[in-house]
Design a protein around this ligand. Structure first.
Ligand code: ATP
Length: 341
């Protein structure tokens, strides 16, 4: 189903959890809801699902205003971080739960459960109890249970958070494949930018109860509209007095500049004589080997700029003086993007 949230506000006590949140999602899209802790992600999901009610604003599902519709009548499946499986029920009964509530026939339920176990690639586990499953298996069963009643929208609240790093990586690509195959509109909450970038068609970035930006991972990376987005998606450094830096002197004052690692070229001192007039000088303050590259932090006129060195590049030492070519930066007027130079 397609989704539209219009001017949603929600206050808990005197804390504004959601501040005029509006967005639209096209049918069939896999959306990541990404933001720091407390930014309102779970509250958005709960309001969509009808588990929480907004103070003001409207929720439309497939063009229908559902403000007054209870959770059970919205046609939404939910997968929680902590699996949410009933521990005293077998896998079969867990998956069958929603179907029994819908009063489906025994035969229908039996077929549907085995079809779903095939889908989540865990056939034959009907008789197991959740305690006899691994974390990854539990989450697949939770996924099967949420899909059993044929929901039109699937909401996943930090579905991988309780799972160890290696299995989490596998589950991410599995989930993406699965959801693409079924074609169900889905929204998953995460505070992990790699996860959002890897899994989602589009990402909604939340911060302090507001939507900062919505876009594909590439759009958000290439055209961040706020300093927050520039820092949240990919690496970057915010620079205060950037007009002191060579290359940025002509920028207008009063803006904030954000620079990405790939906007910086680093040379061994004296190696680039012909560009001398446009080269900045800096001191290497940190270098961390990452396997496929080295992350290097360089101090330039009081700013700590993060950049990366490829394995083929000549190594630099901590404390070494280097030269830099600063090719680009994003500039922001207060909270809005002004231009990209
Ligand atoms: P996290 O990543 O930590 O789960 P989140 O982005 O999902 O965070 P929410 O759970 O939506 O954030 O919470 C937004 C804010 O609203 C938080 O400050 C939270 O403490 C507050 N909040 C959420 N639910 C309630 C509630 N039932 N009563 C009071 N405050 C609440």
């Amino acid at each position: 189903m397609d989704i539209r949230l219009k001017n949603i506000n929600k206050v808990f006590g005197n804390y504004k959890a959601l501040d005029d949140v509006s967005f639209e999602i096209e049918k069939g899209k896999l959306i990541g809801l990404l933001g720091p802790s407390g930014s309102g992600k779970t509250t958005i999901l709960r309001i969509l699902a009808g588990l929480e009610y907004q103070d003001s604003g409207d929720v439309y599902l497939d063009g229908v205003l559902v403000n007054e519709l209870s959770a059970s009548r919205r046609g939404i499946g939910f997968v929680f971080q902590s699996y949410g499986l009933f521990p005293y029920m077998t896998v079969y009964d867990n998956i069958a739960y929603g179907l029994k509530v819908q009063k489906k026939s025994k035969d229908y339920i039996k077929n549907r459960v085995s079809e779903l176990l095939e889908l989540v690639e865990l056939p034959g586990l009907e008789k197991r109890y959740p305690s006899q499953l691994s974390g990854g298996q539990m989450q697949r069963i939770a996924f099967a249970r949420a899909l059993a009643p044929n929901p039109q929208l699937l909401l996943l609240d930090e579905p991988f958070a309780a799972i160890d790093a290696k299995v989490r990586k596998e589950l991410r690509s599995w989930l993406r494949e699965m959801i693409t195959k079924i074609g169900i509109t889905s929204i998953f909450v995460t505070h992990d930018q790699d996860e959002a970038v890897e899994v989602a068609d589009e990402i909604i970035i939340t911060n302090k109860g507001r939507i900062e930006q919505i876009g594909t991972p590439i759009e958000l990376y290439k055209n961040p509209r706020t300093p927050f987005v520039a820092q949240f998606i990919g690496q970057s450094t915010v620079i205060g007095e950037y007009r002191k830096l060579k290359g940025f002197e002509t920028l207008e004052e009063g803006f904030r500049a954000v620079i990405r690692p790939e906007f910086i070229k680093v040379y061994k001192y004296g190696a680039q004589k012909e560009h001398f007039s446009v080269l900045e000088e800096g001191i290497v303050r940190n270098a961390v080997f990452r396997g496929d590259c080295t992350e290097v932090t360089i101090e330039v006129k009081g700013n700590l700029l993060k950049t990366i060195r490829a394995l083929d590049d000549e190594g630099v030492e901590i404390g070494e003086k280097v030269q830099l070519l600063l090719s680009r930066c994003y500039v922001f007027d207060d909270e809005k993007a002004y231009s990209v130079t």
